[in-house]
Design a protein around this ligand. Structure first.
Ligand code: ZN
Length: 313
């Protein structure tokens, strides 16, 4: 039987420079680079995964660096913002840390949360939001564990049809829980990465490019349920992809009528499966079907320096 999604699995964005992406998410935000691989359908493009110790569902941010990509522009229909959880007592630490790295930070509040707003080097809109989470952060990162990011808080969406987007969220198990001005909050029933905010406001159309968030994935416990979701969403008239093997998980994609691209992804086998936890993310991972082309792929990929590690701070 189908169960509600407990929350977000991962968030994926588009950026330009892979090395700069690593410097920012690993060395400034203190997330672990848990996997460096390639886009399985475009093998000369990198795919970088960050998260907690193992990149567990609800902590994973992933990026496709396209060196020639033009700047994106936030607008409808898009995922405008990715938000990450910090402990309530860590606001001062993070305000100072971000300022030390020359980031423009705006502090605001909503729903009794403190929110630090800033952008990554490609212009991706990010937030650090105070809150609770069951995530244990990466213990060997450059940020002291007491202040470290506790996975994903949620995403903010600008839909072309808030009712259509809300309808898919409700189908997947999110519930409307609050409204603050033009921000309508939906929450999934899990212990982490549960928030989706819909902005009910006028906005220009956006453009996908560097600094855009491409899609948000929600968690599905296993492959059987993923096929059930596939059939249910198709019956309800959604534009659903077939189930795809992403090696670390199986997934399907839904472009809902409000224009937002959602993915449904299984929790297993996970980013740390078949890997040594101590050296996770340190070398280029290729799935078996690309392994024979490793030399050619490594030659063509833009440079990355994953070796410098934490302490670069
Ligand atoms: Zn994805």
């Amino acid at each position: 039987m189908l169960t509600d999604t407990p929350g977000i699995h991962h968030i994926t964005g588009i950026v330009r420079d892979a090395a700069e992406n690593v410097r920012f998410y690993r060395d400034v935000l203190g997330l672990r680079l848990v996997k460096q691989t390639v886009n399985f359908t475009d093998r000369f493009t990198r795919h970088l995964f960050y998260g907690d110790e193992t990149g567990s569902p609800g902590t994973a941010l992933t990026f496709f660096p396209y060196p020639a990509e033009e700047d994106g522009r936030v607008g409808k229909p898009q995922i405008t913002t990715a938000a990450l959880v910090i402990p309530p007592d860590s606001v001062d630490y993070w305000r100072d840390r971000l300022a030390d790295h020359d980031l423009d930070v705006t502090e605001t509040g909503r729903f009794e949360e403190t929110v630090l707003q800033f952008a990554d080097p490609d212009g991706t809109e990010l937030e650090l939001v105070t809150g609770e989470s069951d995530v244990a952060p990466w213990a060997d990162g450059p940020v002291p564990t007491e202040h470290a990011i506790r996975g994903i808080h949620g995403v903010t969406l600008l839909s072309t049809s808030i009712f259509a987007t809300a309808s898919l969220l409700e189908t997947m198990g999110f519930e409307l829980i609050a409204q603050d001005g033009d921000r309508v909050r939906y929450r999934a029933p899990g212990d982490r990465a549960t928030v989706v905010d819909l902005l009910d406001r006028a906005a220009e159309f956006g453009r996908e490019g560097a600094g855009s968030i491409h899609h948000v994935a929600v968690r599905v416990p296993d492959e059987d349920q993923l096929y059930e979701w596939h059939d249910l969403l198709r019956e309800r008239g959604y534009d659903v992809s077939r189930v795809k093997d992403r090696h670390f998980f199986h997934s399907l994609y839904v472009r809902e009528p409000g224009g937002i691209l959602f993915e449904l992804a299984t929790e297993g086998p996970g980013l740390a499966a078949e890997a040594d936890p101590a050296t996770l993310g340190e070398s280029l991972f290729l799935p078996p079907w690309l392994e024979e082309d490793r030399e050619m792929i490594e030659d063509q990929l833009p440079p990355l320096d994953p070796g410098s590690g934490p302490g670069a701070d």
